[in-house]
Design a protein. Structure first.
Length: 246
């Protein structure tokens, strides 16, 4: 256990063995260390000078014989503080690398009704209580490609439990089918501009933008805070404009 702690402070296995042996057995010759620790002499001729240079041990001459002695264990305070200082520099560096990597958009491709369901579940699980998400719904036939209500129930239960707010831009047809709710505000694309029946839904939530193509049942999710913020600004601008032109 003591050896492992010293190794964590940066000592090699042999250095830890030598130091602890010298703590228990002061004044040892190189022959003593080789015989009792089973480390060959050529290796010791490399290790011992390095340990002296690191202030882990020191030597003394008695006649013609050289003895090695362990330094005071307080020396390891400086080892610990060095690790602590290195760690203080290391963490900001890797956090910057982490941040730079995760600034790059992550693109996910989902398919079919299971993919659609997973997107809505992701909204419900990702967002916190009272959070808002944004939806463009340009559906033309909600019965043809709708997911069975049983598969929606988990999403609906969690959405309502968290009281998630929804802002929706849609067409008059879809709006007429949906129940009016306090936590959902809807604006309509004017018919004289476009009937808005492309059968596509776009959802903006947290740091994600999801697109569902009901024509092909292909789904795409872009995970990027910058991209989501950009899409959110455009949505809010259009939403305010449509709300003011009612």
């Amino acid at each position: 256990m003591q050896e492992h702690i010293l190794e964590k402070l940066g000592l090699s296995k042999e250095e830890a063995q030598i130091y602890l042996f010298l703590i228990k057995n002061p004044k040892q010759t190189i022959s003593d260390l080789s015989n009792k620790l089973l480390i060959n002499r050529p290796k010791l001729y490399t290790i011992l000078p390095a340990m002296i240079e690191s202030w882990l041990i020191w030597n003394m001459l008695v006649g013609k014989r050289k003895y090695y002695i362990a330094e005071n264990p307080d020396i390891f305070n400086s080892y610990f503080h060095k690790i602590k200082n290195d760690f203080g520099v290391f963490i900001p560096e890797i956090k910057e690398m982490y941040g730079n990597n995760f600034k790059k958009p992550i693109f996910k491709h989902l398919r079919w009704k299971s993919g659609m369901k997973n997107i809505f579940l992701d909204i419900a699980y990702t967002l916190s209580v009272w959070d808002t998400f944004y939806r463009y719904s340009s559906r033309r036939n909600v019965t043809k490609t709708s997911i069975p209500n049983t598969q929606w129930q988990e999403y609906k239960n969690l959405r309502d439990k968290k009281k998630l707010e929804r802002m929706v831009i849609t067409n008059d047809y879809l709006n007429s089918l949906k129940e009016k709710k306090l936590e959902k505000e809807v604006v309509i694309i004017p018919k004289d501009f476009d009937i808005f029946e492309d059968n596509i839904t776009k959802l903006i939530y947290a740091n994600k933008v999801a697109i569902i193509d009901y024509n092909t049942e292909e789904c795409f999710v872009i995970e990027s805070q910058i991209f989501a913020n950009f899409e959110r600004k455009i949505f809010q601008l259009l939403f305010r404009f449509l709300r003011n032109t009612k």
